[in-house]
Design a protein around this ligand. Structure first.
Ligand SMILES: Cc1cc2nc3c(=O)[nH]c(=O)nc-3n(C[C@H](O)[C@H](O)[C@H](O)COP(=O)(O)OP(=O)(O)OC[C@H]3O[C@@H](n4cnc5c(N)ncnc54)[C@H](O)[C@@H]3O)c2cc1C
Length: 642
């Protein structure tokens, strides 16, 4: 199979590839899935799974070594040189930092997901590039998919190497395949005898790729025929970078994470044994998605670790910096930022730890919680970094080394800002996370009732959907109005019980709102991303509120009553954000905004750019419009506003 065509996949093709890779069954419970169906199942997340004292003891020696290592770690120097010296990487190898979750039988530390994210949170509080090295290896690199999908032989062959610190990487992205894997062009062609595959292509932005020994490479294998139509197959391969034909074409440099070992990896007739296929032919994209379901839990914890450092720096600076006759933290504008940072940090910690605790507990479908945690914590973390920089004023913008040279305390907020921003883009951008969550949020309605309004459904399909709807909706809809939680205390202290009652009734309101949107917009709902995104944002706030309250309840039981105060403040603020999203659910200006963007792209407002130096180059190189797609798509997108 040789894909020489440079034409991009159509929207339908992109959707088909994504749908084929989607896990479409829900056999395990999920609080968030229930939430989008308008059902508040606090029992699924509360009581918060407690810390396991035995696990904490098991992790202690490693955590102590890691802390001591980080205390000496020369972050600013490494940020300047853009390179983590080999002796430091070796020290990490020796303490087991590359095999935190790898089972002991293969030479790893055999620690839990919770211990792993706590280690990553600690690392991020010191250095983002180091998190990238350890996390690209363990969250998405080879250990995780190998643990989930590897055969016994593959585990025996690769796990011990990985545990000892053979760095690995995950190679999915290509120039034309960013959020949309349907455009993947790297191919893996079987040899005639079927014993090997020949990989050709280029992978972009592969973290650790410039230093890795082992890669998980997604490549297109020959199309499969599904219902008489050719369907693209994406397969995951384990590739040793010592194999002839693998080379680093370019090391990439970014606005931050200066020491990230990231590059363009080229594959030229790379011969890989068929035994190196992970899971099975055609299952590569699903493997990537499932790997990311838990892999994605690292970034929320790492964002929370970063937020805690920002809070520590902002708190001390706001207390000690005097301007206009008072510490700046006494001026209301700064005080509000500080309080909001603390409330958000508490909720971020709650979201990250709850999600990982549920993943460790098992018998729970974590994919929606993980996606919300990734989206919510990275966005909240970004606001926190921004606030921290503002609170530090000019010093926030100055580099740590320049501050140090002037004899001032070298808080590295400038570096944190550069390092943090990417979190909203990689491992599923904020937009793609919202689309993913929205897809699952409407899934039940989609399966039950979509064919009623689907113009492409046959008469039989429509009748079947009507039958299903008649069975499900009367009871479900009526019970979304009648609250069961009005008088419940959920075992929470007064203030928090009130917030849980709010979450219960707002969950029902959200369930109704999503249903109403389906009825009102029918198939067009799919195109109304902003309506869906606002519903997702409401769901995310409700999940964060429930997580914060559950955590405060757990901490209060342990004697830490202060947590109730922060959970209460967080919930008060979250309620305002939820009310805003409901108020603007159908986005009065969505239509005009969409149409303006289309006209803008068509060049109608080019005059606005006059008086600038202009773009130095012609049209952008990558991408382009798929064949048959109009550039201005107002009607196709179904955005009519109101
Ligand atoms: C520092 C760094 C490290 C990385 N590490 C790795 C790695 O180790 N392995 C790997 O495989 N990849 C890696 N990536 C790639 C990363 O995952 C991608 O950048 C990401 O998937 C987004 O792809 P893209 O940048 O091409 O954006 P695009 O897909 O071109 O998207 C551009 C913008 O459009 C939005 N968008 C796209 N589609 C839609 C849609 N349907 N609806 C609404 N909005 C949409 C996106 O959210 C984004 O804001 C890395 C990238 C960077 C910068």
């Amino acid at each position: 199979m040789d894909d020489t065509s440079q034409e991009l996949a159509s929207e339908q093709e992109a959707r088909d590839v994504a749908e084929a890779a989607r896990e479409d069954d829900w056999t395990q419970p999920s609080f968030v899935r229930e939430l989008f169906l308008g059902r508040f199942r606090y029992d699924l997340i509360h009581p918060h799974p407690p810390d396991d004292p035995a696990e904490i003891e098991r992790a202690r020696p490693f955590m102590e070594k890691l802390r001591a290592f980080l205390e000496q770690y020369p972050s600013d120097e490494i940020d300047r040189t853009g390179h983590i010296p080999e002796d430091l990487v070796q020290e990490l190898r020796e303490m087991g930092a590359f095999g935190i979750k790898i089972p002991k039988e293969y030479g790893g530390l055999g620690l839990s997901q919770m211990s792993y994210i706590r280690a990553m949170s600690l690392v991020t509080s010191k250095d983002g590039s180091l998190t990238a090295l350890l996390s690209a290896h363990q969250s998405i690199g080879l250990p995780q998919p190998l643990k989930l999908f590897g055969s016994e032989a593959q585990k025996e062959q690769f796990m011990p190497r990985l545990a000892k610190g053979a760095i690995s990487a995950f190679a999915l992205t290509e120039v034309d395949a960013g959020s949309d894997p349907a455009n993947m062009r790297t191919t893996a062609t079987p040899t005639e005898d079927g014993t090997h595959y020949i990989i050709n292509g280029e992978k972009l932005w592969c973290t650790n790729g410039t230093r890795a020994e082992l890669l998980v490479v997604m490549a297109r294998t020959p199309d499969a025929m599904v219902k008489g139509k050719a369907r693209k197959q994406i397969t995951a391969f384990i590739v040793d970078t010592a194999t002839p034909g693998v080379s680093v074409k370019h090391r990439c440099h970014f606005m931050g994470l200066n020491a990230i070992e990231n590059g363009v990896i080229k594959f030229e007739n790379v011969k890989v044994p068929a035994e190196n296929i992970l899971w099975g032919e055609g299952k590569g994209l699903k493997l990537a998605l499932v790997t990311l379901n838990t892999g994605r839990l690292t970034l929320p914890a790492s964002a929370a670790g970063g937020a805690k450092m920002m809070l520590a720096m902002s708190r001390t600076w706001a207390r000690d910096r005097v301007q206009w006759g008072a510490p700046i933290g006494k001026h209301e504008a700064i005080a509000q930022k500080l309080a909001s940072m603390a409330a958000y940090t508490f909720a971020m910690d709650a979201v990250a730890e709850l999600s990982s605790a549920l993943a460790d507990r098992g018998e729970y479908d974590i994919r929606l919680e993980a996606a919300i945690a990734k989206m919510y914590n990275t966005e909240a973390g970004w606001r926190i970094v921004d606030d921290a920089l503002q609170i530090r004023g000019g010093r926030g913008y100055e580099t740590a080394s320049s501050l140090e040279a002037r004899g001032e305390i070298p808080f590295p907020i400038e570096r944190a800002m550069r390092d943090f921003r990417i979190n909203l883009i990689f491992e599923g951008s904020s937009e793609i996370m919202r689309l993913f969550i929205a897809r699952e949020a409407v899934d039940h309605h989609f399966k039950t009732a979509f064919d009623v309004v689907n113009p492409r459904a046959s008469k039989d399909e429509r009748m079947a959907a009507l039958g299903r709807s008649a069975k499900f909706y009367p009871t479900w809809y009526a019970s979304r109005w009648l609250g069961a939680g009005r008088f419940k205390s959920y075992g929470a202290p007064g203030k928090l019980a009130g917030h849980l009652r709010y979450v219960e009734r707002t969950t029902r309101k959200l369930g109704r709102a999503i249903f109403h949107a389906m009825v009102r917009l029918g198939p067009k709902l799919e195109k109304r991303q902003m309506v869906l995104f606002r519903a997702v944002d409401i769901g995310a706030e409700l999940f964060a509120m429930a997580a914060a309250v559950s955590r405060a309840q757990m901490l209060a039981k342990r004697g830490d009553k202060n947590a109730i105060h922060l959970a209460d403040l967080f919930c008060r603020e979250a309620r305002l954000r939820v009310a805003d999203s409901f108020r603007n659910l159908y986005g009065k200006n969505d239509g005009p905004l969409y149409k303006t963007a289309q006209r803008l792209m068509a060049g109608e407002f080019e005059w606005l750019e006059r008086g600038t130096i202009g773009l130095a180059h012609g049209p952008v190189k990558s991408g382009g419009v798929p064949k048959g797609a109009p550039l201005v798509e107002e009607e196709a997108a179904g955005v009519t506003g109101g």
